[in-house]
Design a protein around this ligand. Structure first.
Ligand SMILES: Cc1cc2nc3c(=O)[nH]c(=O)nc-3n(C[C@H](O)[C@H](O)[C@H](O)COP(=O)(O)OP(=O)(O)OC[C@H]3O[C@@H](n4cnc5c(N)ncnc54)[C@H](O)[C@@H]3O)c2cc1C
Length: 492
């Protein structure tokens, strides 16, 4: 077997789909007997929609729920305007995480990979050639041999522990409770934030019920202890200083502001992604989005490695790129959690922040930060163009008489080289890179553009000079391996 993916949450499903798209043999296992009906998150942000768009999937997800043109940063009373962002999707999509997972599982199945539910990874031993993965299913323990193992098994990752990967970070200092319930009388608690005598409560309308979030002043010694409705009801009444009757509990849970990050995302033949690699406070609702970004970064790199055409260090670049991105998510979510606290000692920075958030450039900075649209990976080639290292905008293009777009050309999940005909192109990359001669009406100055499968710009040229061609050759060698000598160019 080429790759085993442990965990069929959003990141496991997306990594597996990326691998399958690239023709890699992949097995996905999940210890649960079936998909959990519990819906943790219910938003996809602009960057996730951009990434899904580059696989031809965004419309399928957008059809599932409403979009809103704003997002929260610490203060629900001052939403950030998303419409100023430079993206095709300046919005937040309301979609249940369970539905995201179902759609990704459907895609994976369409690519020929079923999820093996009821299979738990319980151990691993890796050597220079592969990984022995111990899997328990139906009371039986078996050993599978895989070339690579990807741990997408959530915050308490078994893969992380057995691979000996550290998970340093900050302990929980504050706890919150969440309840998906019905209000006996909907008029007693309105959506949004309600300030009470002894605390604040946040209410999010959901289909057929509400999600109520509040602080837990004194958590029990055993923080894994289940949260009971009567306990939640008591704390809700206490915070508001009045009774609000709840009924029909669907899900009650406790969360904290703990923030941790794996110190290595790649150790030998084992990789981590999603919550297995990073946990953070739920502020800003970014977990699924960060997980999808990990998956799309890892997928093509691992696929190229398995298929034997990865340049040296490509897999390691997954850690080099996504670890800093994860660290930013930890920092941003922790900052929001602190700013949202009622602690009077935090009033000065909160007041200052309230002033700052009203400034348009600050708003734009924060929206790009929380959506990850500002993510820039080191392109490893010289250049100052603002797109270099960032997600290439979804440009409209023409190839001959045909209209197309960047997103459409990236749908197969392969690297794309666009040129205007004026560049001398390095020979021998046809097997690894899809090359097109295009015209871009919105940017006639563009001479050439090299885009990684995850949509990030690896090289860009606005001048057909010889140095630019040298830089292109470097970018091709850096990301897509040694040239495939003798291969016939497949150019349109
Ligand atoms: C209360 C709450 C609210 C949230 N709200 C949002 C939100 O609005 N928006 C957002 O983007 N994110 C939100 N998140 C975060 C989001 O839910 C997670 O970040 C996301 O689920 C991470 O996806 P994942 O695939 O990494 O892990 P998970 O979704 O946890 O999936 C891990 C999978 O691995 C399986 N598994 C575990 N151990 C093993 C094993 N040993 N072998 C095989 N399988 C195993 C599990 O059964 C599970 O299916 C929220 C989280 C919480 C707790």
């Amino acid at each position: 077997m080429q790759v085993v993916v442990a965990g069929a949450g959003p990141v496991g499903l997306m990594v597996a789909a990326e691998l399958a798209l690239a023709g890699v043999e992949v097995k996905v296992v999940d210890r649960s007997p079936h998909r959990s009906p519990v819906c943790r998150g219910f938003t996809l942000n602009a960057r996730s929609l951009e990434l899904l768009d580059r696989r031809g999937l965004a419309d399928r997800f957008l059809a599932e729920g409403p979009t809103v043109p704003y997002a929260m940063f610490a203060d629900p009373d001052r939403p950030l305007d998303l419409t100023a962002m430079d993206t095709d999707h300046p919005c937040l999509l309301g979609i249940a995480q369970t539905r995201v997972e179902e759609l990704l599982e459907e895609r994976l199945a369409a690519l020929g990979v079923p999820v093996a539910w009821g299979h738990e990874v319980v151990g691993l031993v890796q050597d220079g050639d592969g990984v022995d993965v111990a899997v328990r299913s139906g009371g039986r323990r078996t050993k599978w041999r895989a070339q690579y193992l990807v741990g997408c098994d959530g915050s308490r990752s078994t893969v992380r522990k057995h691979a000996g990967i550290g998970f340093p970070g900050t302990e929980a200092t504050a706890f919150g409770l969440l309840a998906d319930v019905e209000l006996a009388d909907p008029a007693t608690l309105l959506p949004g934030r309600s300030e009470g005598e002894r605390g604040s409560v946040f209410v999010i309308p959901r289909p057929g019920h509400v999600r109520i979030v509040l602080d837990e002043p004194t958590p029990p010694p055993d923080r894994d202890q289940p949260v009971r409705l009567d306990y939640f009801q008591h704390l809700l009444n206490q915070a508001l200083g009045r009774p609000v009757a709840l009924r029909e509990p669907r899900w009650l849970t406790r969360f904290s502001d703990a923030a941790r990050q794996a110190d290595h995302y790649v150790v030998g033949r084992v990789m981590l992604a999603g919550d297995a690699a990073h946990i953070h406070p739920p502020a800003g609702a970014v977990g699924v989005n960060a997980a999808l970004a990990d998956a799309v970064n890892l997928g093509w790199k691992l696929a190229a490695t398995v298929r034997g055409h990865a340049p040296e260090g490509l897999l390691a670049s997954y850690h080099q790129e996504r670890h800093p991105a994860g660290a930013r998510v930890l920092r941003t979510t922790r900052a929001q959690t602190l700013l949202a606290r009622r602690d009077p000692r935090l009033a000065p920075p909160r007041d200052l922040f309230t002033e700052l958030i009203g400034l348009a450039p600050v708003g734009t900075y924060l929206t790009e930060l929380i959506t990850g649209l500002d993510t820039r990976y080191d392109p490893k080639v010289p250049g100052t163009h603002p797109w270099l290292g960032r997600l290439t905008p979804n440009l409209e293009l023409t190839i001959g008489d045909e209209h197309t777009s960047i997103a459409e050309l990236l749908t197969p999940g392969r690297p794309v080289l666009l040129h205007h005909g004026s560049h001398t192109l390095p020979e021998g990359w046809a097997n690894n890179v899809d090359t097109y001669r295009v015209h871009c009406p919105a940017h006639p100055e563009l001479q050439g553009l090299l885009i990684r499968p995850d949509g990030h710009t690896a090289w860009i040229s606005t001048t057909p000079d010889p140095q630019s061609t040298v830089t292109l050759a470097t970018a091709l060698a850096t990301w897509f391996g040694p040239p495939d000598q003798g291969a016939a160019d497949r150019r349109r």
